[in-house]
Design a protein around this ligand. Sequence first.
Ligand code: GSH
Length: 221
Amino acid sequence: MAGNAYGLVIGSKQVSSWSLRPWILMRQAGIGFDETVIQLRQPGTRAAILKHSPSGQVPLLTHGSLLLWDSLAVAEYLNERHPELHLWPADAGARAHARCISCEMHSSYRELRFGLPMEFSSRGLTPQINEQCAADIKRIVEIWCETRKRHGTGGPFLFGTFTIADAMFAPVASRFTTYGTRLADYGGDGAAEAYRAVLMALPAMLDWGNAARLEPHVAAN
Ligand SMILES: N[C@@H](CCC(=O)N[C@@H](CS)C(=O)NCC(=O)O)C(=O)O
């Protein structure tokens, strides 16, 4: 699908959790883009990424001569360019809450990232969950349940309709699915498990998973 104004350079769909965020956001919002996938963890990966991205990391959005090399900055840019799509919640209080949880996702949960690395199409993996990783899971369950309760009455997503906050947490839903994480064991009222299932059932998530399955196998981190 050549000819879109936006280009999105992403990493392997099986493992690139950061890449999934702008990709699913654009798919859900109906914003067209040309996709370039760079296979991660290969001998030529770094050189291939550096051809596009000054930070040596993906994802990267291109728009004309503009390069954006951070997932949250990409989301903010798209929100500014497409205000009619309400990529953040319309209500100011809800929007502030959405920004808080998205920034928390962007900057935290180190133990979860290492303990439960994204392996999008894998199932039934059973790693040891250490105390810090369990604390990260508990915190995410708390955020999902609280946000759904306070802001999610208008639909199945954190703020009812799909927003940037859902895109930010989409890779976490994949991690919990891959590792069969029993979210009820980490508190909450069952809303976290229901929300995980909603994200994983999105046609765009299924498309991402189908593409991930076709990629050459890469070793987990
Ligand atoms: N802060 C960045 C983080 C991006 C990031 O860590 N990307 C990883 C892939 S998911 C990467 O490019 N790693 C380089 C490599 O694997 O060679 C963002 O939000 O976009």
